[in-house]
Design a binder for this molecule. Sequence first.
Ligand code: HEM
Length: 531
Amino acid sequence: MVLHTAQIIVPSALALVLHTAQIIVPSALALVFLTYRLSRKQFPLPPGPPADPVIGHLRSIPPVGQDVFFYKLGKKYVLGKSLVILNSVQAATDLLDKRSHNYSHRPQFPVFELWGIGDLLVVVDYGKEFLMQRKMVQQYFHKEKCQDYRPVQLREARLFVQNLLSTPDHWSDLLFRFTTAIIIDITYGRQVVSIDDPYVKIAEACAGVAAEAGAIGGTPVDLFPFLRYFPSWFPGTYYATLARKAVDKFQRLKEYPFVQVMEQMKQDDEASIKHIKAAAAIVYLAGAETTSSTLCFFVLAMVLHPECQQKAQDEIDAVVGYDRLPEFHDRENLAYLECLLQETLRWFQVLPMGVPHRTMEDDIYNGMLIPKGSTVIANTRAMTLDESVYQDPFTFDPTRYLAAPAGRGEPYPTGPFGFGRRICPGRHFADDTLWIAMATILATISIAKAVGNDGKEIIPDVVPVTVGSTSRPRPFRCRLEARNDAASNLLRNFVVDGVGLMWCHQGKVSQAARSTVTCVHPFSSPFTTAE
Ligand code: HEM
């Protein structure tokens, strides 16, 4: 017997629900289930599009561009059943924030389990293990604590632009190394000084695998976990096979840095070692690629909108001047740059559909039943394109946030960092990294369209590539040059402990060149006797 076939279609822009899998159960069991369901029958399931028998809507979900697919569908349907897509900030805050006690679980993630990292915070189900890891990460990344890491972020931002000017064509690789270097320094207490640093290589390898791994919680093997036990020739097992091949890369991400830290370790009990290892690994995994991809969107926006770049540079020149580089304390005086950062987060998101949540219990929302165990997805892409909130939502326009008459006073985007008890614990830290990177780049670098062999400017494609759950701009070329002599001199003169760090060119630098910038290293500090 096929369950959950009936759907009521209610046009609305709120959200929608899809039946990812309709289950065939023996009739006795179905009877129990149906009796149970009859008592809830006064509340309709949210509507969704027509489904196939057995596999439900599996065939209708595209492998790429799911955020826009759900955004368009959300204009037609309201909340639904097994897979609930929330397309409005209102629905997401009502459910994921205000009823977070019921919406903080995660669905099963067989792909992560096959990688051997099913115990990491981002995928671990709500419970004891979650609370332990979440507390640990939050303890080191709450807003005030993040100020401790600013010296490292500042140093790396300046090293990044120095290296950018030496090898401008590698700008997107350098961005990844920039965000990874910060994470590695504050997490494991190690300064990245070489282009071939093993920590960066490990992060790169894992990011590469994750980019090909399908939507988080949305691959056939996530929707039908039993597929993991089927041979690789069986339809729908592709992502399980891929995951098995990558297991060693993720184990290395978890183990390698930790082994290094163990050498400095005092004795500790086994349970805390396990939690610390997992918490450090998720920071390593979740922190670098997300931030560097957001910065790639920023570079794209600057190439396509030179007028916005000019406005931000004029503001920086007026506030910071020409004889120093931006510092964190300048932030409060750079209102346009603030809007530019927020507009970058709204324009495109690195995780346009966040990470799926799951309900613990049945819930009634706006007269509709959201059954226990539903997978709930906050579709941030749809929220940031909501015409009732943002005028011309596809246009990159930082002034939209300014009060009238300069702008329209539209709200900063809600959702790029998720919702409720699972909201990104690294958001304050990421915000600082994004800000100092943008401020330093704009103060020193001019970003322009590349010129092709035909002498014409190359206009990059604005539509990002969304593979699986993550989005980033399609690879594009651009022209990056020092803005003026003052900027060149400031960069040339920026040194760490008296020695400029051009690690892109020099490979490794000597111990003497290493920074003495001090900061607390969250996950190594519990072990080390003296830092
Ligand atoms: C621009 C950069 C970033 C973006 C856009 C971003 C976005 C997100 C989103 C959308 C989620 C899912 C939230 C939810 O389930 O509702 C998430 C979770 C998470 N993020 Fe971030 N993130 C960023 C940077 C970081 C950084 C720098 C760190 C570490 C320091 C970090 C650590 C985590 C962790 C540990 C989780 C899992 C939280 C949980 O499941 O309880 N993220 N992030």
